[in-house]
Design a protein around this ligand. Structure first.
Ligand code: DX5
Ligand code: ZN
Length: 215
């Protein structure tokens, strides 16, 4: 049974508190928070003023996905804003080892994210330090895109790397997750599933979360 992290990117921002309360009352495990800077990805989402209000209402851990360049500048503030998981992109960090250590020193779980084009082998010398690896199953920047199938093979490769390095990380998958492909992902070894459009775009978001949880 995977942890389910609904992505607020697909929530109704005009009714954010309502959607947060829905997640609070649901079987979801984490809130997935997508922060985009318009530089690392071709979209801008939201920053601290909104996160402050999310935190006020959210009753589950905040899983913060930073799609920003030079995330080191803001790690401390994200932690102060309640982030319990902070994930940074391999592609955005020149000194990833230092960034991962900085996140852990702040007392958060440190996640490393790979874009669809980045092979799992890039994690060879960082996996021992990370708490979580998130595999993007879409090119980051937007909700509601279609799932890139090669992600399944990357979950398998990640499990092989973990076994070879005798270490364990949470395996999270982000992008294009649906009720249809979720069983393939958990079957391959994914432990945390992010779902944005599949949840908030459905007629019964809490029911969809419950259905994802049952798979
Ligand atoms: C994409 C974001 C995802 C997105 C997932 O850049 O990182 O978290 O919200 O949304 P869906 O599930 O709609 O693909
Ligand atoms: Zn995300």
């Amino acid at each position: 049974m995977a942890l389910i992290a609904p992505s607020l990117l697909s929530a109704d921002f005009g009714n954010l508190q309502r959607d947060i309360e829905m997640v609070n009352a649901s079987e979801a495990d984490w809130f997935h928070i997508d922060v985009m800077d318009g530089v690392f990805v071709p979209n801008i989402s939201f920053g601290f003023p909104v996160l402050k209000h999310i935190r006020k209402h959210a009753r589950k851990p905040l899983d913060v996905h930073l799609m920003i360049v030079d995330p080191d500048r803001y790690l401390e503030r994200f932690r102060e804003h309640g982030a319990e998981v902070i994930s940074v992109h391999y592609e955005a960090c020149t000194h990833l080892h230092r960034t991962v250590q900085a996140i852990k020193k702040l007392g958060a779980l440190a996640g490393v994210v790979l874009n669809p084009h980045s092979p799992v082998s890039l994690l060879e010398d960082i996996i021992q330090d990370a708490d979580l690896v998130m595999l993007m199953a879409v090119n980051p920047g937007f909700g509601g895109q279609s799932f890139i199938e090669s992600t399944i093979g990357k979950i398998v490769a990640l499990k092989e790397l973990m076994a070879r390095k005798k270490t364990e990380v949470f395996i999270e998958v982000d992008g294009g997750v649906t009720l249809d492909n979720a069983p393939l992902l958990t079957g391959a070894g994914a432990q945390v599933l992010v779902a944005g459009y599949a949840v908030f775009g459905s007629a019964d978001p809490a029911g969809t979360i419950a259905a994802l949880k049952k798979l």
